[in-house]
Design a protein around this ligand. Structure first.
Ligand SMILES: NC(=O)C1=CN([C@@H]2O[C@H](COP(=O)(O)OP(=O)(O)OC[C@H]3O[C@@H](n4cnc5c(N)ncnc54)[C@H](OP(=O)(O)O)[C@@H]3O)[C@@H](O)[C@H]2O)C=CC1
Length: 254
């Protein structure tokens, strides 16, 4: 794929550009929509082959593959009325927007593939779920850390709901840090220590030979501190509350 357009150059649009152009290998030409002007201008200044277009229609016209990365609520304003030929390939990043929904907005017969890239595509280190599998789209995300194609949009939405748990995880770490600071530990020391603890968790997760429950068991001394926090705080009621929150999100994403 030599010519890639991006409509919606915000957090994730930017990460994709950086991932595609920041590494080795043949770089595609990239055409950006003009909104989010500061980021678009910065990217076009930084990378050869990135150009900011005059409007969203120009992005479509110049590209073989068009990535839609606007917020769900902006999709009609951004997309209605665009002419998207059936020879284009459309990649829909908008959470909660089905293929049928986007097809109605774009009024196109072009293939539409959904995808959930995460900001770590910037370093080409994130596995991207795609639906349905398409060789060109899967190859694009393979280049950014890996593609995980699923055939069914219901399955896709389950993965999409999982990505909604990330900032709660960061907030959990921030809560640990502020708890320690509340007990008199210097905030920067608490911050450094908590980051180190969980960077080690990240490293152990890359050992895929051990299932997640086994990793938990391996880090736990019987009747020790970890078992105590897991069973007194992350107890059955807490796990159920988390699953209920995910169910609610999944309902909204469908
Ligand atoms: N962030 C993430 O990790 C992920 C996000 N997504 C999905 O990607 C989409 C974008 O998310 P994110 O990047 O976080 O959001 P941002 O708010 O960072 O970016 C959205 C961009 O769309 C631009 N925009 C708004 N209206 C138009 C328009 N009419 N034409 C062109 N561009 C327009 C905005 O410009 P302006 O600033 O001028 O309003 C902004 O630059 C969402 O639908 C989200 O569900 C999917 C996977 C991961």
């Amino acid at each position: 794929m030599q010519r890639i357009g991006i409509i919606g150059v915000g957090e994730i649009g930017r990460a994709i550009v950086e991932g595609l152009l920041g590494g080795d290998g043949e770089a595609p030409e990239v055409f950006l929509s003009p909104r989010g002007a500061r980021v678009a201008a910065e990217l076009s200044g930084r990378f050869e082959g990135v150009r900011v277009c005059a409007g969203n229609q120009e992005v479509v016209d110049r590209s073989e593959l068009v990535i839609i990365a606007v917020r769900r609520q902006d999709r009609h304003e951004a997309l209605a009325g665009l002419k998207v030929g059936d020879d284009k390939l459309v990649v829909n990043l908008m959470a909660g927007v089905s293929i049928d929904d986007l097809r109605r907005t774009l009024a196109t017969g072009a293939p539409i593939v959904r995808a959930i890239p995460l900001p770590a595509v910037r370093e080409r280190r994130s596995v991207t779920v795609t639906c349905p599998s398409h060789p060109v789209v899967d190859a694009l995300f393979d280049r950014l850390g890996g593609a995980l194609p699923v055939a069914d949009e219901d399955d896709f939405n389950v993965f999409s709901a999982l990505t909604g748990t990330l900032t709660a995880h960061y907030a959990y770490l921030a809560t640990l840090t502020s708890w320690a600071a509340g007990h008199g530990i210097a905030p920067d020391a608490a911050d450094r220590y908590v980051r180190g603890l969980f960077q080690n968790v990240g490293r152990s997760l890359s050992d895929e030979s051990r299932p997640l429950r086994r990793l938990a068991a391996d880090h736990e001394t019987p009747r020790g501190s970890n078992e105590r926090i897991r069973t007194t705080w992350f107890d059955a009621a807490n796990a159920t509350a988390l699953k209920e929150a995910l169910d609610g999100l999944l309902t909204d994403l469908r």
